[in-house]
Design a protein around this ligand. Structure first.
Ligand code: ATP
Ligand code: MG
Length: 251
C-alpha cells in the first residue's frame, strides 16, 4: 500500500458495554482492536460516529478510564511501589495514604517483598502485575482497558495472572475491556466476547459466556459449556483468519 494514502481501520463498530461487564475483543491482527481501545480512552477520535461514556461523548482524553497497554510502560527510575503510587499522586492523595494503598495492592498480587525493586530488577510477569495494579489502585477509574496485557508471558504465568485479575476485579463493579488473541483466555475472563472481522474491522459477532463464576482458571476446559462456546468463537474467527492469510498471500 502506498505510504500516506488514507485507509479505513474500522467500519460499522456498534458495541454497548454495561457497567461492571468484562468484555473481551478478539480478531485478526490489524483489524482495529487497539484502535477501539484508543478511542475509548479518547486518544484517537473517530472520523465518523461517536463514543459515549455514561451518555457523554468522549471528545478528549478520558480520565475515567485506566489503560494497561501492551508494553508495561513502568517508569524505570521509580520502584514498584513508586510506580503504583503514581496514579494516586496525580489525583492528590496524601503520601501516607497512597503508600498504604499501593502497598496493599502489591501485596494482593504477591509483590509485598518486591515493592522496593526497580522495574529492571523485576521479571516480565512481575512487571505486568505492577502495571495492572498501578491501574486498578485508582478508585476514580471505573473502566479498565487492557491491550493483550499477558501477551508476551509464558503459559503458566498467564494462568496465574488471569486468576489474580479475576480476583482483583470480582465484586468491584468495574468494567473491563480486554483485547486478546487467545480464545481460552477470552472465555476464562469474560462475560461477553466480541469477534472482529479482518481489516477494516467491524464486529462480526458478540457472544455471551455463561460459564459460572467464580471461574477455575486452571480447569476451565472441564467446565460444562466450555467446548460449545470455544467452537462458536473459533468458527467466528476461523474464516477471518483464513481471509487474512489469503489476502496476504495475494498481496
Ligand atoms: N498511528 C497509526 N497511523 C496509521 N495507521 C495506524 C496507526 N495505528 C494503527 N494503524 C492502522 O490501523 C489498523 C488497525 O490497527 P490496530 O493497531 O488497531 O490493530 P489491532 O487489531 O490492534 O492489531 P494487533 O492484533 O496486531 O495488535 C491497522 O491497519 C494499522 O495499520
Ligand atoms: Mg493491537
Amino acid at each position: 500500500m502506498a505510504r500516506g494514502k488514507a485507509r479505513t481501520a474500522l467500519r460499522n463498530v456498534d458495541l454497548t458495554i454495561q457497567r461492571g461487564e468484562f468484555v473481551c475483543l478478539v480478531g485478526p491482527s490489524g483489524c482495529g482492536k487497539s484502535t477501539v481501545l484508543n478511542m475509548f480512552a479518547g486518544l484517537v477520535t473517530p472520523t465518523d460516529g461517536t463514543i459515549l461514556h455514561d451518555g457523554r461523548v468522549i471528545a478528549d482524553v478520558n480520565t475515567r478510564v485506566g489503560y494497561v497497554t501492551q508494553d508495561d510502560n513502568l517508569l524505570p527510575w521509580r520502584t514498584a511501589l513508586g510506580n503504583v503510587e503514581l496514579a494516586l499522586e496525580c489525583k492528590g492523595v496524601g503520601r501516607a495514604a497512597r503508600r498504604e494503598r499501593a502497598f496493599d495492592y502489591l501485596a494482593r498480587v504477591g509483590l509485598k517483598g518486591s515493592a522496593e525493586l526497580y522495574p529492571h530488577e523485576l521479571s516480565g510477569g512481575m512487571r505486568k502485575r505492577v502495571s495492572i495494579v498501578r491501574t486498578l489502585v485508582d478508585d476514580s477509574v471505573d473502566v479498565i482497558l487492557m491491550d493483550e496485557p499477558f501477551g508476551p508471558l509464558d503459559a503458566q504465568t498467564r494462568l496465574v495472572l488471569q486468576d489474580e485479575l479475576l480476583r482483583l476485579w470480582q465484586g468491584t463493579g468495574r468494567t473491563i475491556v480486554f483485547v486478546t488473541h487467545d480464545i481460552v483466555e477470552a472465555i476464562t475472563l469474560s462475560d461477553r466476547i466480541a469477534t472482529f472481522t479482518g481489516v477494516p474491522g467491524s464486529i462480526k459477532q458478540v457472544r455471551d459466556v455463561t460459564l459460572p463464576r467464580p471461574r477455575d482458571v486452571f480447569h476451565i476446559h472441564e467446565t460444562p459449556g466450555f467446548a460449545t462456546i470455544y467452537d462458536a468463537i473459533w468458527n467466528d474467527l476461523r474464516e477471518e483468519l483464513l481471509n487474512e492469510r489469503g489476502s496476504d498471500a495475494g498481496a
